[in-house]
Design a protein around this ligand. Sequence first.
Ligand SMILES: NC(=O)c1ccc[n+]([C@@H]2O[C@H](COP(=O)([O-])OP(=O)(O)OC[C@H]3O[C@@H](n4cnc5c(N)ncnc54)[C@H](O)[C@@H]3O)[C@@H](O)[C@H]2O)c1
Length: 444
Amino acid sequence: MSAGDSMVKRNYKLGVVGAGYVGLTTASAFADLGYRVICYDSDKNKIELLRRGKSHIYEPGIEELIQKNYGKTLFFSDSPAEVYSESDVIFVCVGTPSLPDGRPDLSYIEACAIEISKYLNGYKLIVEKSTVPIRTAEWIERTIKLYNPSADFDIASNPEFLREGTAIRDFFKPDRIVIGMSSERAKKILLEIYNEKDFVCPKVVTDVKTAEVIKHASNSFLALKISYINMIADFCEKVGVDVDKVAEGIGLDKRIGTAFLKAGIGWGGSCFPKDVKAFIKMGEEVQVDFSLLKVAHDINERRIAVILDKIKKALWVVKGKVIAIWGLAFKPDTDDIREAPALKIISELLKEGAKLNLYDPKAMENTKQIFPESESIRYAENLEKSVTGAHAIVIATEWGEFKSADLRKIRELMITPIIIDGRNIFEPAKVRELGYLYFPIGKP
Ligand SMILES: NC(=O)c1ccc[n+]([C@@H]2O[C@H](COP(=O)([O-])OP(=O)(O)OC[C@H]3O[C@@H](n4cnc5c(N)ncnc54)[C@H](O)[C@@H]3O)[C@@H](O)[C@H]2O)c1
């Protein structure tokens, strides 16, 4: 974690719009560097909670940063007038979820642009941090000018690459920072904010459109990599080879790298599914063949069928069986369940008539909004309770707590010792030695 450097002048007052995973991290981290930051969200309940030092999202270290800086450099507001008129630089971090046809819903971005146009009082730099399709900056500019022809502002693109679960570390120590801007004034401001003392990493300085493309091209490539290893996993399983060994052998080639080569039940979360779909749409709009991404997307969709097939093979009859689902969040160290594979697995198992004991260290409250407790769904207080009387465990998220579970004790609590591991967190030989029937992904 970084602390403000007194040698770096904090010349600008910052505004952050949207207090979600990206906005809250951006606001608290810049405040920690010594900037005066107003973080605005249109959801008054979130602002109320944040003013009491509590975060509505789980992100390691975020509450500590909020509590350390709130009232000193960090302020929370539910007033657009306040954030837009009192900030020099405005970071737009609102959501851009998928529409049913795969295009991103830009209505939150437009709403921001309209609000900004009302409260501009002097020059402002508006920075897109949300993930948006190419030419969104042009639309924001057009919208602001339409509502306020005399507005004085620049728009820059500064796509965010943080990962939930390590968001604060990623903010302070990014691999690179991408800055796309259309004026020298905007460039000067952003390079001052992302100065060499605070952010020791390469800076990719480019035009706005290029920066917008970088974000989608980057996320799509990572998603491709995961789908690639999942395709290899299916092959390995058929030919009796261990995909994790294959991934190690591939990844140690520096041209490839080991990251994002973990076979499993596919990508989820609020970014990859929506960003890949959005990029495919962008390709279609300019008649460029993005079928490579379509295949990656289809491979990912089929991961749920792969794990369901394993569950059925493991249990034979699913109806009436009690299955403990370990992990609901789309990845460990977050409470985010957007597009989490676990949700699709739960839906399918309910259709088959299973009874489910759900457990996740952080994501159970969010999951209850989608799957309330019922005759078929129970939320367990801990791992032990989740497996008591269970016929099988399905691992959907690779939380550290699961990796260190006492499998001997767990086995005694289960009716039948079966583990279907969608994240390959255990060593097959060791688990089988303990008497489990163990079904990992992409292994003999
Ligand atoms: N979550 C990630 O890991 C991540 C990483 C990189 C980029 N991104 C991108 O960043 C953007 C934000 O993602 P997120 O996960 O933080 O979303 P989020 O849903 O957690 O947060 C968005 C926030 O914006 C608020 N909001 C919506 N409209 C508003 C308005 N007009 N004015 C003020 N507040 C408004 C919402 O109430 C919400 O709190 C998305 O485009 C996403 O693709 C996300």
